[in-house]
Design a protein around this ligand. Structure first.
Ligand SMILES: Nc1ncnc2c1ncn2[C@@H]1O[C@H](COP(=O)(O)OP(=O)(O)OP(=O)(O)O)[C@@H](O)[C@H]1O
Ligand SMILES: NC(=O)c1ccc[n+]([C@@H]2O[C@H](COP(=O)(O)O)[C@@H](O)[C@H]2O)c1
Length: 402
């Protein structure tokens, strides 16, 4: 016992409903130097967690970086009822075990797919007033914990909502949000159930101005998508020998999905081969039937590029729109409905084209972000923090030595 040490913060970590401080968290440790114990009062709880640093070189997650989760319960319900198999025939305990596991996995998947996270770690002076609001919330919460005054609690809730609104607004400007908006739209129309999103970066040989190597682009995408529960990177296209036309990219992914769906009833050994296809949505493994359709998600400017002479063949457009389908996000300056009306081919397949109006418009574009980086202007909130770090670490987009 003599080797054990006890560390504790200097203030209480729980206040009883009567306002008395009645709990102090303690840490019992051995052979570990606990240099600093602090109480974090930012999390949404009146039991204040403690955070402590164990040795300076060991990094631990800072408890004062809260993550807010938003669950769309309607979507959860529809996903859960789709994923949970209604026909269950259980004849042995092995089958009962499997059914229980499948049930839990379906609930977990439905929850993951209907929940988005917002990390409030982005909070700093870049968002005017937010810093002050956070400090104000901390003061109000302390006041509520000490007095249990209802007015205080109302004020805490109001400030929490304002913080959420501000950070959500910034989130809306990110490009990943476009894919989320498209999914919401399709779900709302009950048109189809979106089970996954795939981002397929173009091959280096596409040769577009300012196109970085696929290695860098894929790494940045990995970072950008690491918090998404349903959007995945597919690096198949950029690992081909040269540029692949979009129709073939869609067909490759469609064929892979079909073969997985067909193998869902086969032995696990046969299915193993598909496990390295990291872009395949988890939920595909639970599907018992029904086709899965790959669609092309694009902005209205890409749709209008169908009319650029020599860029797309009619045969490709026919297959892309006729067999796969398009989801088009509006962009300022484009009129996709008019464009479809003026094209016989697109009008023929109109029912396969979903136009998603982005009411909260924003003109984020990679050209503008690259320009800002070149000029050492802030791109915070437009890109994931870790993507910004990656860009600076590798001196991409002329950020070297800045
Ligand atoms: N602000 C936006 N609103 C809707 N769609 C967008 C927006 N920005 C890009 N897209 C779509 O994303 C897809 C990828 O386009 P691209 O890589 O050319 O992006 P971009 O930001 O327009 O790039 P650049 O600025 O280099 O032209 C295209 O389908 C494009 O229409
Ligand atoms: N004929 C085709 O299949 C075709 C033509 C132009 C662009 N694209 C694709 O559209 C995407 C966006 O290209 P841009 O950035 O040039 O608009 C890329 O993935 C590219 O491969 C495909």
């Amino acid at each position: 016992m003599s080797e054990l040490e006890i560390s504790a913060p200097q203030c209480s970590t729980h206040y009883s409903p009567a306002g008395n401080s009645d709990v102090l968290d303690i840490v019992v440790h051995k052979n570990i130097r606990v240099s600093d114990v602090i109480v974090s009062d930012i999390l949404d709880s009146d039991h204040l967690p403690i955070a402590f640093h164990i040795l300076d070189h060991v990094k631990i997650r800072n408890l004062s970086e809260p993550i807010e989760k938003f669950t769309d319960w309607e979507r959860f319900q529809s996903l859960a009822s789709e994923l949970i198999s209604p026909k269950l025939e259980i004849k042995s305990w092995i089958e009962a075990d499997k059914a229980a596991r499948d049930f839990a996995a379906s609930i977990a998947s439905a929850y993951r797919l209907s929940t988005s996270k917002v990390t409030l770690s982005d909070i700093n002076n870049d968002l005017p007033g937010l810093d002050r609001l956070i400090k104000y919330k901390q003061r109000l919460r302390k006041c509520w914990q000490e007095t249990r005054d209802a007015a205080c609690k109302t004020a805490v809730n109001w400030v929490t909502k304002s913080i959420r609104r501000m950070t959500r607004k910034r989130e809306l400007e990110r490009w990943e949000t476009k894919i989320e908006i498209a999914r919401d739209h399709l779900h709302r129309l009950h048109y189809c159930n979106v089970i996954g999103g795939i981002v397929s970066p173009v091959h280096d040989a596409y040769g577009k101005k300012e196109l970085l190597s696929a290695t860098h682009r894929c790494e940045m995408l990995r970072q950008a998508l690491k918090n998404s529960s349903w959007i995945r990177l597919s690096d198949w296209e950029c690992h081909q020998e040269g540029w692949t036309r979009t129709r073939l990219v869609l067909q490759y992914h469609q064929n892979q999905l079909n073969s997985i769906l067909n193998s869902n009833n086969e032995s696990p050994n046969k299915r193993q081969r598909c496990d390295d296809l990291l872009w395949i949505p988890d939920d595909l493994k639970f599907r018992s039937g029904g086709p899965v359709q790959i669609k092309l998600l694009c902005g209205a400017d890409l749709l209008e590029s169908f009319a650029t002479p020599g860029l797309w063949t009619d045969e490709d457009i026919d297959t892309i729109v006729g067999q796969h389908g398009l989801v088009v996000i509006t962009r300022e300056g484009n009129n996709p409905n008019k464009f479809i009306y003026e094209s016989d081919l697109l009008t023929k397949y109109q029912s396969n084209i979903n136009i998603v109006t982005e009411w909260i418009t924003n003109e984020v574009s990679s050209t503008k972000i690259r320009r800002a980086l070149r000029r050492s202007e802030s791109v915070k909130y437009l890109l994931e923090e870790s993507v910004i770090d990656y860009i600076h670490k590798h001196g991409l987009y002329s950020t070297k030595d800045k």
